[in-house]
Design a protein around this ligand. Sequence first.
Ligand code: G3P
Ligand code: CA
Length: 266
Amino acid sequence: MTMIKKSAALFFFLTAFWAGLHLLLREKGRASKPAIIAHRGAAGLAPENTLAAIRVGLAHQAPYIEIDVQRSADGMLVVIHDETIDRTSNGRGPVRELSWAELRRLDAGSYFDPHFAGETIPTLSDVLLLLQDKPATLVIEIKDPHFYPDISQQILALLAQHQMQERVVVISFDHAALETFHRLAPGIPIGLAVTKPWPIPPIAPGQTVDVFWPGVLLDPTFVYRMHRRGYTVWVWTVNAPALMRLLAWLGVDGLTTDHPQRASRL
Ligand code: G3P
Ligand code: CA
């Protein structure tokens, strides 16, 4: 056998093994209806992390609305993904070095579409107020917690003030920050966001692992393993309907998407 034939045979064998494992381990019972998590409000349809985007997510009946939280120089919890305002507003600079008075003046809509001119960076409080009488659960991602000492305590105080403790899931890529949050408020569900399917540091059983979707395709054991550890599995950020269908078929419990209307239609 030539080298090329040997390589082709090995490739075929590995692919068949990988596909076989997927078939064997897919979580059939849970595959029918993953929850929809509208990413950054509904970032494909409106400027991310604005009240306009959240309203769009709600209009498409997303049961979960995800947002990102950072903090201003004077301690206001604000809803914005990046540590700087450069990409999603008409200003420049790190969020943590700008006051709330400076942040609230920015246009956070025009960069997306002139139709959204004048849309502003909301506070976490604004979002909690908006969701107060809505059926959705708010997914709060704590961004860059190393910049913001005691942000967990601050989020908790705000949730208590708005009586929204039972209407949120708190997620983060930062395992230590998430552990701190869980220690302070063990009754509030948490989710560990990860980019790779391994290693997954332990979190309390019953909580969520939120993985970048290629990990689920790459590792046929992932959903099976996480379910055996007692975790719910969400994937981010899935926008193609065919991929949504495939991941649902593989048994994920939640699909984070910029286009909740596509997921609802499936
Ligand atoms: O659910 C995790 C998801 O929000 C991915 O992270 O970077 O879009 O905030 P990011
Ligand atoms: Ca996020």
